[in-house]
Design a binder for this molecule. Structure first.
Ligand SMILES: Nc1ncnc2c1ncn2[C@@H]1O[C@H](COP(=O)(O)OP(=O)(O)O)[C@@H](O)[C@H]1O
Ligand SMILES: [Mg+2]
Length: 294
């Protein structure tokens, strides 16, 4: 029987880079004999009516066999799951990956090497009492890294040189959720991105930036095909499984002895950069995996 699926994408973030990837998935799906339809998240409104949840407007035809959920709209993801639809990735996996504080908390106590991380305490309005910074400084020293819990492309990751900039940033961020983190000097300007599908690393690249501690391609990092070590592969797969994801882009930092350290996990990793860098087509790996799973 032919599989029917939807790819859900964010209808308000539909840049050329995005539409290109949605169309690419649709093309690969047709090669895999999967009937895939692109649906924008705002075409499906989560509605509670008469005390019950549903999606509206009604879409004609039977429910899809799966949803390739390429967005972070968690309410929509959870509603689709409540209706019994299998999501790739699951709502919970997307939730854990999207929130950097939650990612680190979820991976803690599992033997995963991570930079020392302190989750900023919740502030309601503005910072009135910043005495906790004494503990932060004592634990992490300078320089340290601050990262907003929700961010990408390295744009919400800050290098904090001294106490003055620390206080300034803390007051500036106010109620925005973020973490304080140990600066991993040995990884300056470079990291590895491993793409995991199920329990396999299917592609990897090294990213290197010049003149910036962040290796993100959007921040000027250059990409190089990379042959990951067994330790790097094992760590990426383990992290991906601990957050319950089917597909991830796992970013690893290099420790002082080149040992891998988990930086972050992306549940909605783009597949264009890795294709340009390695020629590996993730859409094939992902849709092949979906077919296998169903
Ligand atoms: N603790 C750290 N020490 C050193 N460099 C870091 C650290 N955390 C992140 N980086 C650098 O910053 C980049 C962006 O951080 P990351 O957590 O991946 O955020 P984003 O979601 O914006 O990509 C990483 O790819 C890495 O190069
Ligand atoms: Mg990253």
């Amino acid at each position: 029987m032919q599989l029917k699926g939807w790819i859900i994408y964010n209808g308000n973030l539909y840049t050329q880079k995005f539409s290109e990837q949605v169309e690419w998935l649709l093309r690969t799906a047709s090669q895999f004999d999967i009937e895939l339809e692109a649906v924008a998240n705002h075409e499906l409104l989560v509605t509670i009516d008469g005390g019950n949840a549903k999606l509206q407007p009604d879409r004609p035809g039977p429910a899809p066999d799966f949803v390739f959920f390429w967005d972070k709209d968690l309410f929509l993801a959870r509603q689709l799951e409540q209706q019994g639809i299998r999501l790739f990735n699951s709502a919970r996996a997307i939730e854990i990956c999207d929130d950097k504080a939650l990612t680190h908390q979820q991976l803690a106590n599992q033997g995963i090497p991570m930079p020392k991380t302190i989750i900023a305490p919740k502030i309601y309005r503005s910072v009135q009492d910043d005495r906790h910074l004494t503990q932060v400084i004592e634990t992490l020293g300078f320089p340290l890294i601050m990262k907003e819990s929700f961010g990408s492309f390295g744009e919400q990751v800050y290098y904090i040189q001294n106490e003055r900039t620390l206080r300034q940033k803390v007051h500036e961020l106010g109620n925005t959720p973020y973490i304080f983190q140990q600066y991993v000097q040995s990884s300056y300007g470079k990291d590895v991105r491993l793409h995991v599908v199920g329990d396999r690393v299917v592609a990897a690249m090294l990213r290197k930036a010049e003149g910036d501690f962040r290796a993100n391609v959007t921040a000027g990092g250059k990409m190089f095909p990379y042959q990951p070590t067994e330790a790097e592969k094992a760590l990426a797969v383990r992290c991906s499984q601990l957050v319950g994801a089917d597909f991830t882009g796992v970013d690893l930092l290099f420790g002082a002895n080149q040992e891998p350290i988990l930086c972050e996990i992306n549940s909605n990793a783009h597949f264009k950069n890795i294709y340009d860098c390695t020629g590996i087509d993730l859409t094939k790996a992902m849709l092949g995996y979906i077919k296998e799973q169903l």
